[in-house]
Design a protein around this ligand. Structure first.
Ligand code: ADP
Length: 200
């Protein structure tokens, strides 16, 4: 039998009790990087590895968010910021429930990443820079998006005609054009596990 969670005045249980029940600490792993850098690939592998170790995770990616929560938003600068602001708020809710969130968003500007860090809180936020050169990403062209962007079918495509500011304060960086998926995952896990494993 699980012990009952005690409630706050507003009827919500304390985060610490949920983390105790899950035997893990909530965290948001925010992946930033160019399209094709490897965010989705690494998120899937990371989730698999964390789940194999008994951790509860949640991937939040653009496709799912754009077709649901943020389907009213377009791709203007304001809408892109609003898209990321809402995502950060949702990530925070999961994190406060003790879940390890893996968020995969290009988030090309320092402003957008700092906005997410501000909403989620520095202690719960880990910035993971999935770094591959634009040349390699364009060559991979996983979804054919670079080809479309080059012939003008996708305006303001990050890395082509819209800038990507490399993060200056990433907590973790993996150069996916130099190391394998397995090496990248090992590096990421070695940074994440000490932050999420339950100690009490
Ligand atoms: P993103 O989500 O950042 O747009 P994807 O994960 O969809 O990128 O695509 C990255 C592509 O690069 C995949 O086809 C993946 O197999 C390949 N790839 C090659 N090496 C790596 C690596 N070390 N880490 C991640 N992806 C890699």
């Amino acid at each position: 039998m699980q012990e009952n969670l005690s409630m706050n005045n507003n009827g919500t249980a304390l985060r610490g009790q949920k983390e105790k029940r899950l035997r893990q600490y909530g965290k948001v792993i925010w992946m930033t990087g160019l399209s094709g850098a490897g965010k989705t690939t690494l998120a899937i592998h990371l989730e698999k590895e964390l789940n194999a170790r008994g951790y509860l995770t949640r991937i939040i990616d653009n496709d799912r968010v754009r077709s649901g929560l943020n389907r009213d938003l377009g791709f203007s600068e304001d809408d892109r910021h609003e898209n990321l602001r809402r995502i950060a708020e949702v990530a925070k809710l999961f994190c406060e429930t003790g879940v390890i969130v893996i968020a995969t968003f290009i988030s090309p500007t320092e402003f957008s990443r700092e906005q997410a860090r501000g909403i989620i809180g520095s202690d719960d936020f880990m910035l993971l820079y999935v770094n591959a050169s634009i040349e390699v990403c364009e060559k991979r062209d996983v979804k054919g998006l670079y080809k479309k962007a080059r012939i003008g079918l996708i305006p303001f495509f990050t890395g082509i005609d819209s800038p990507f500011d490399p993060p200056e304060n990433a907590d973790i960086e993996v150069e996916t054009d130099r190391i394998s998926v397995e090496e990248a995952i090992d590096k990421i896990l070695s940074k994440i596990i000490p932050c999420v494993e339950y100690r009490k």
